[in-house]
Write a new protein. Structure first.
Lengths: 167, 285
């Protein structure tokens, strides 16, 4: 069967600066990743990985989750260049950041399933560090509403990660 | 005192592998600063199961005293829980000796210093002779490979094979590769020359992060290993099983004094024969 096989790499953007979250957008992350590939693998790498790389497939600015796509044969080039991303540029500002690979899947659906499980685990960790009873209730509700349904494209990502993560 | 943080990941990343390992270095002026940085490290520690605090001792400067390692429980009152299990992050202590002269190695042989209190001991040889000594006779767990400049010597097979037999691991750093393009070239060239000799065995990939954002997750570090010429399985092992073996090596070095080996001869009836204590460094799990 003739089909283009892709690999979808799910990453999380980590940064110290809380303002960096606002600046996570499609173009900025794409430019940063392309720059890292160019630095690591040169023109050959850039050419290979950008065959089907037109934009992010999914971006969540609240949790900093990014889904990238590349051809199956060049997934190693992309994966080995992702740790080299150091800055994110947007709106004229540079924020130091790091990308952490969470999951590599063959389809968007498998990445979505992984993301739901991962978010559920993160929510449970947040529940442990909750101080307020209201926060606790809202987190529990969010955990219960995690599901993969046909109508919605993304489910179960209404948690607030910014407030309780930093100590 | 330059302090290093060594991080060992655990399951919880995309491809669950037991005991992922990573070494992280931070340069801190004081322990208070280290505690603050540790808090920032927290969200990156997801996927890690143990951390080691590292001291670098450089003998080029005037002779320094090796202080007793600070107990981790004093520094970090609350450690995060390892993802996927219910145990807390393990904090170990580690010492790195930068040796450029054979007389510096005498410190390792003396038994009355505080060296015995560290969990892991690493040595950073600067010359070919010292590399040979470190691989064959020195009682260490790790041999650090210089990645920030061109190696002054070529690796040869005999000392490297002896080190592999003894259970000593070679350590490569990856944070210089993240930071700077020239360092990246040196890192890759040194790593590949090591790979050609040792065929990817006994490699540990660690970080020398000075800031929390220079740390990378376990899966990413394994991917960086691909850049260094390791195969996929070897890269994952460099991040997981090899590091656990190093911790065990350090533990046995600390606790084991010797081995008494008795052999019964079949032909004669005689007393037991004891072979003098020999430290077998390789731990068979």
């Amino acid at each position: 069967m003739v089909r283009f096989k892709n690999r979808y790499v799910l990453c999380e953007v980590l940064s110290e600066d809380p303002r960096c979250r606002q600046c996570i957008e499609d173009r900025a992350v794409g430019l940063a990743v392309r720059d890292a590939i160019a630095r690591a693998h040169g023109d050959y790498g850039l050419g290979c990985c950008c065959v089907s790389f037109t934009g992010m497939k999914y971006l969540n600015a609240y949790t900093g989750t990014v889904l990238l796509r590349c051809r199956k044969d060049f997934q190693r080039l992309l994966s080995s260049a992702l740790p080299l991303v150091r800055h994110l540029e947007g709106r004229g500002q540079r924020f130091p950041c790091a990308l952490r690979t969470l999951h590599v899947g063959g389809t968007i659906r498998t990445c979505q399933k992984f993301l739901i499980q991962y978010n559920r685990r993160q929510l449970l960790l947040l529940l442990r560090s909750c101080t307020n009873e209201e926060e606790r209730r809202s987190v529990r509700q969010a955990v219960l509403s995690c599901s993969l349904t046909e109508e919605q494209a993304q489910s179960g990502e209404e948690e607030e990660e910014d407030g309780t993560e930093t100590d | 005192v330059a302090v290093h943080l060594r991080v060992y990941p655990s399951t919880g990343c995309a491809h669950p592998c037991p005991h992922h390992c990573q070494s992280v270095r931070t340069r801190c002026q004081s322990w208070v600063v280290l505690r603050k940085k540790f808090v920032l490290f927290r969200h990156i520690f997801v996927g890690y199961s143990a951390v080691a605090l590292n001291h670098i001792i450089d003998f080029k400067e005037k002779k320094q005293e090796i202080a007793k390692p600070v107990s981790p429980s004093e520094l970090f009152p609350s450690l995060p829980i390892v993802q996927g299990t219910s145990k807390r992050l393990k904090v170990l202590t580690r010492l790195t000796l930068v040796v450029s002269d054979p007389s510096h190695c005498n410190l390792l042989r003396s038994t009355s210093t505080n060296i015995r209190l560290y969990d892991i001991i690493a040595v950073f040889p600067k010359t070919e002779k010292l590399f040979h000594i470190a691989c064959t006779t020195l009682d260490v767990d790790l041999v650090c490979i210089n990645v920030t400049e061109k190696l002054p010597f070529y690796f040869r097979r005999p000392p490297v094979n002896m080190a592999i037999d003894r259970g000593i691991y070679f350590e490569l750093l990856y944070t210089p590769a993240i930071k700077d393009s020239t360092m990246r070239r040196y890192t890759i060239s040194n790593a590949i020359s090591l790979m050609q000799i040792c065929k990817g065995k006994n490699i540990v990939i660690s970080s020398a992060a000075e800031r929390p954002l220079e740390l990378r997750g376990p899966y990413d570090v394994a991917n960086l290993g691909l850049l260094f010429g390791l195969s996929e399985g070897e890269a994952k092992a460099a991040v997981s099983t090899n590091c656990r073996a190093t911790i065990l090596h350090g533990e046995t070095r600390k606790s084991a004094c010797g081995v008494v080996y008795t052999v019964k001869k079949l032909h004669k009836v005689e007393e037991e024969e004891t072979v003098p204590a020999c430290k077998k460094a390789k731990t068979q799990a």
